[in-house]
Design a protein around this ligand. Structure first.
Ligand SMILES: [Zn+2]
Length: 112
């Protein structure tokens, strides 16, 4: 690979991409995320940068006001439906390509 070319992995869900620094270690920081517990609906508060020091400030997550997907079902039903539709489009496409099999969907345990 030429030194001026770099590998990125684009997210199939949202299209954002991430630099892959090693071919053996894809940038799936999200691997540790538990799908039902992770607060995907995030309420954040703008913080001043002046007195917080380097690496602080910006938009700080307020966990107690943020919601995981189960908590979103009642409060944000349209968003939940949009997420579901996108997930189904991805799963169906990967099934069509043989990457995901029906067996995968039956036997793989979802992390709760
Ligand atoms: Zn994404």
């Amino acid at each position: 690979m030429p030194k001026n070319k770099f590998n990125y992995l684009a997210c199939i869900f949202c299209g954002k991409n991430q630099y892959i620094n090693s071919p053996n270690r894809p940038p799936f920081g999200g691997n540790q995320i538990e799908p039902l517990k992770y607060k995907i609906f995030q309420v954040r508060q703008a913080e001043g940068r002046g007195n917080l020091g380097k690496g602080h400030g910006g938009f700080q997550l307020i966990p107690e006001e943020s919601l995981n997907i189960e908590e979103m079902i009642e409060r944000e039903p349209e968003l939940v439906e949009q997420i579901k539709e996108r997930l189904l489009i991805i799963v169906k496409a990967y099934q069509k390509a043989g990457i995901i099999t029906s067996e995968d969907l039956r036997t793989r345990k979802a992390k709760a």
